[in-house]
Design a protein around this ligand. Sequence first.
Ligand code: URA
Length: 276
Amino acid sequence: MTHQTDPLPDLADLLRFYAEAGVDDAIGEEPVDRFAETAAQPAPAPARRPETVARQEAAAPPPTLPALAVPDEAQAAKAREMAREARTLDELREMLERFDGCNLKLTAKQTAFSDGNPQAPLMLVGEAPGRDEDTAGKPFVGRSGQLLDRMLSAIGIARADGAYIANVIPWRPPGNRTPTPLETEICRPFIERQIELANPKVLVTLGGPSAKVLLHATDGVLKLRGKWRTHVTASGVEIPTMPTLHPAYLLRNPAHKKLAWRDFLEVAAKLDAVSG
Ligand code: URA
C-alpha cells in the first residue's frame, strides 16, 4: 500500500488564508526564527514552592498592561459628551486623537479623520478605513478611493477642493472586519458632529452601513440608493442626503456602476440647485 502525503499548500492560498484571518500586515522587516530563539533559551528554572512564589509576587511591582478599552455604553455616553464640546473640526480631530474609549483605536495605526476640503458643499461618508487608509491616515486612498475619485471627476468634482470625505468609523477594524454595533455607537457622535461642523449642502452616504447610521435606515442599500433622504443634525439642520453604493462594492460588481452613476448625476443636479 502506498502512503500519499498532502502536497504543500500553494503559497498564494496560504497568503489568502492569512489575509482572511486578519493577518495582513508584516510587523517586522525581517522574518524571525522563533524556533531558534526557543532553542537558545536557558533551561527552565526548577519549580518554586508556592509560598516562595507568593512572597516574590507580593514584592514585585505588577506588570504594566496596555489599558484595554471595552466598548460599552459608558464609552458611548462619553463619546456623545465629548463630541458635543468640539467647536471646530480641528478640535474634533484632536478629541478623537485623545479619545481612548474605542478598542479599534488600539489596533489601528492612526486615525483616518478626513480628506478633501472641509468647506466644500459636498460631503461623502464611508464605513471605515481599510489597510491603505490606516497607513495614510486618510479615508478613501486605496482602490475604492481611486474609483471614488473617478466617479467624482465624472461629475466635474475634484476631491482636493470640491469634496470633504470621512468615515463613520475613523479607525481600521482589524483585518477589515465589520465593526460591532457598539463600536459603531461609540463612533456615531463623532461623525455626526463632524457633519454638523462641516455643514455641507449635500451629503452622500457610501454603502449600507453609512446609510444606516446617518439616516437611521433599516433597508438594504440597494433599496435605499437613488432616493433623496434627509440627515438631521443635532441642532436640527436638514441636509439632503443621497445614499449610494460603496465603491468597494462597485469594484466587485461593476455591472452596478450604472446605478451609482445615476446617483451621482442626481448629486450634481442637487449641488447646482442649492448653489445656484
Ligand atoms: N472603505 C471605506 O468605507 N472607507 C475608506 O476610507 C476606505 C474603504
